[in-house]
Design a protein around this ligand. Structure first.
Ligand SMILES: Cc1cc2nc3c(=O)[nH]c(=O)nc-3n(C[C@H](O)[C@H](O)[C@H](O)COP(=O)(O)OP(=O)(O)OC[C@H]3O[C@@H](n4cnc5c(N)ncnc54)[C@H](O)[C@@H]3O)c2cc1C
Length: 411
């Protein structure tokens, strides 16, 4: 049996869901397909990811009706960031000053849960426990084949199926991929000393150690380490793991005690050479898979889905096809313009930090921090953290015009 939709979204992750929500009110029939069970999509398990949201992402989530559904207790403010280089006492610092935050942390599972609620309420079809395995053009439409052999007919297929996107490969779209051969291990920890709502990242002996400030005197410990070291850390019991964290973090926050599960993901980055094809577009990590330490994957995903939705809405309002090639090209140009330089720059920096402890690497990193601390660079970095759209800080209206400054709740 073939079912008809205007848009099929492969992947009901946070960006696929946000895109479906951005198309609300168009009257289009939208289906989202995801291999995960329905219950896991509606109420995702904790995956340990604390997502640092920029003001702009918060504004977009608010415009979609998702931000109001995030419990205030799950939102933790980020006021300052500092980056340290191994034993050097020199730190690059930037922060919002006495008022305001430069970002907010929200658990990934909350983003997924609230966006799922929004999309379900708008009446989109969510097909669980099936993957989209391929797409095939068929006259003026495209057939999305599912893992159970069923096919969905659509005007447009949007792939939001992770940085190792099956559909990107099936469309023969090359991507610059880099496997760091490292794992990022995350775990919530309690500690006696206050974190001061400051995120700290420091780089030593080929590892990156980060603490992200959470509510209730807790932090998220984020360790990027070689694969064998990650396996050892995952094997430890809680007491030994806490002692090891306290040692690695040099007791900066006092003794650390794990208060949740440990999760580890491989560190792989990806940047697709093209974001669109005939009746096909890619968003989220499938298009731009940032290094997680940059805290921009989801933020860029929000920008991309918003750009695609705006271009499609504009095409539809002038009576053009849902997969209008001009609209798709405009999305590609806009999203590449937003992300490419930042991706390249962040890759250069992350590879420098993954380079180990040779003297040239250490000196280069120390130099980079000193340059980054000069007022013009620091201001650019801080503005970029606040808003990857170069500090505009305002959501974009459905017609592509800037809305007046929004008040995304009191959080
Ligand atoms: C530890 C960690 C910390 C991070 N911190 C931040 C941060 O602070 N700020 C930030 O902006 N970003 C952060 N990120 C990145 C952010 O989590 C990702 O960019 C974001 O999850 C991407 O969303 P997505 O929907 O594109 O993909 P995903 O979240 O990967 O979701 C993809 C979905 O597609 C489904 N799928 C896979 N294959 C198929 C298929 N063939 N057909 C149908 N469905 C399929 C999957 O089941 C999944 O549900 C972090 C990442 C990690 C790992």
């Amino acid at each position: 049996m073939t079912l008809d939709f205007e848009i099929v979204v492969a992947g009901a992750g946070p960006v696929g869901l946000a895109f479906a929500a951005s198309m609300a009110g168009t009257g289009l029939r939208i289906a989202l397909v995801d291999p995960q069970p329905a219950q896991a999509l509606a109420d995702p398990a904790d995956d340990g990811r604390e997502i640092a949201l920029t003001d702009r992402s918060v504004g977009m989530l608010d415009a979609l009706g998702a931000w109001a559904l995030v419990p205030a207790s799950e939102v933790a403010p980020l006021r300052r960031m500092q980056v340290l280089n191994g034993p050097s006492s020199y730190a690059m610092q930037f922060g919002a000053g006495p008022v305001g935050a430069i970002g907010r942390f929200v658990p990934n599972r909350e983003l997924r849960r609230t966006l799922h609620r929004v999309v379900s309420a708008q009446g989109a079809t969510i097909i669980a426990e099936k993957a989209v395995t391929s797409t095939q053009l068929d006259g003026q439409s495209v057939l999305a084949r599912l893992s159970d052999g069923q096919a969905l007919r659509a005007g447009l297929v949007v792939a939001a199926d992770t940085r190792r996107s099956v559909l990107r490969q099936q469309h023969d779209i090359p991507a610059a991929m880099h496997d760091y051969r490292q794992k990022m291990l995350v775990c919530p920890v309690a500690h006696p000393m206050p974190h001061g709502e400051t995120a700290t990242a420091w780089f030593e002996y080929g590892r990156t150690l980060v603490t992200l400030p959470l509510n209730g005197g807790r932090s998220s410990a984020v360790l990027t380490v070689g694969e064998p070291e990650a396996a050892g850390l995952l094997d430890m019991d809680d007491a030994a793991f806490g002692e090891e964290l306290t040692r690695l973090y040099r007791g900066r926050l006092g003794p650390m005690r794990p208060v949740g599960q440990r999760h580890a993901v491989p560190v792989v980055t990806a940047y697709a050479q093209r974001f669109v094809g005939r009746r096909f577009a890619m968003i989220g990590d499938a298009a731009v898979g940032m290094h997680p330490t940059t805290a921009h994957g989801f933020n860029f995903g929000m920008l991309g889905q918003d750009a695609l939705a705006r271009m499609l809405r504009r095409a539809l309002s002038s009576g053009r096809d849902v997969a209008d090639p001009v609209a798709l090209q405009r999305y590609e140009a806009a999203h590449r313009g937003e992300t490419r330089l930042f991706f390249l720059a962040s890759e250069a920096i992350m590879r420098l930090y993954a380079a180990g402890e040779s003297l040239p690497a250490r000196l280069l990193r120390d130099g980079a921090l000193r340059v980054g601390n000069l007022p013009p660079f620091r201001n650019v970095l801080a503005a970029r953290m606040r808003d990857p759209d170069r500090g505009a800080g305002r959501p974009v209206a459905r017609d592509g015009l800037r809305e007046p400054v929004a008040a995304p709740g009191s959080r």
